[in-house]
Design a protein around this ligand. Structure first.
Ligand code: ATP
Length: 242
């Protein structure tokens, strides 16, 4: 059953169509990858899906049968759709524990119980000795793990991960792949975007490729990455960048 249904969503910034008439569905329990060269609209699509900081100009989105395209970000979060950000977003002067509590409160208003927060932190590998430390003392990997814990403490049904592995070393990327798989094994549906293609390919069950705001292709990761149009879109964007 489709947990997320996206129909004809668009978002423009002035004359630029950052996301242009995009439609797809994500099944419950799936790990769904979102690829595309720089500036293809991946982050804008994430923003639209979660209402943070904006929804679509046009189009419809439903999550578990509820229309969410005109909802505020916190109402969407409370329905069970959580997101992470490209930067390791945390409140730096707050402790690890306080950051996770805030995440939980965003998802549930009154806040989750301490047990939920403790379980989420332990699950991502931040054990008790980390809990009192300011988050800005953590390593890059641990700050990313904290962002995941804060999202998990919301007890989401779907988690959107925006370039979660950026800035990690190769062994850390491998550890993060295992962590994301363990999250999926909890029954949480995952949508992720990432420039590190090995990360995206090893996790995604289906892969959607955006180019200039539009869907270029959607299918099994191996097939998608062999598609000459996908190769051209990536190479073309590199030529454009250089
Ligand atoms: N707030 C904004 N105001 C104006 N233009 C924006 C804004 N956000 C994104 N854009 C533009 O929209 C287009 C899509 O950007 P977006 O960040 O969604 O792409 P992306 O695929 O996530 O890129 P990257 O992989 O580099 O993160 C780009 O041309 C970008 O410059």
């Amino acid at each position: 059953m489709a947990l997320l249904v996206v129909e004809g969503v668009s978002k423009s910034f002035g004359a630029l169509k950052a996301v242009d008439d995009v439609s797809f569905t994500v099944e419950a329990g799936e790990i769904f990858g979102l690829a595309g060269p720089n500036g293809s609209g991946k982050s804008t699509l994430f923003n639209i899906l979660t209402g943070i900081p904006f929804g679509p100009d046009r189009g419809r989105i439903s999550f578990d049968g509820v229309e969410i395209h005109a909802m505020s970000g916190h109402r969407i979060a409370r329905l069970g759709l959580a997101r992470s950000f490209q930067r390791e977003t945390s409140f730096e002067s707050l402790s690890v524990w306080e950051n996770a509590v805030l995440g939980a409160a965003y998802g549930h208003g009154s806040g989750s119980g301490d047990d939920t927060v403790a379980e989420a932190l332990t699950f991502v590998g931040l054990d008790r000795e980390h809990w009192g430390r300011p988050s800005n003392e953590l390593s890059v990997y641990d700050r990313k793990a904290l962002m995941l814990a804060a999202a998990l403490a919301m007890q989401p049904r779907m988690l959107l991960l925006d370039e979660p592995a950026a800035g990690l070393t190769k062994p850390e990327v491998d550890a993060f792949i295992l962590l994301v798989r363990r999250i999926a094994e909890r029954g949480i549906t995952i949508v992720l975007t990432e420039h590190i293609l090995t990360f995206l390919m090893s996790l995604s069950q289906r892969l959607l490729v955006l180019n200039q705001g539009q869907i270029l292709t959607l299918g099994l990761p191996d097939e998608v990455m062999r598609d000459p149009r996908v190769v051209e879109a990536y190479l073309g964007s590199r030529r454009h960048d250089s």
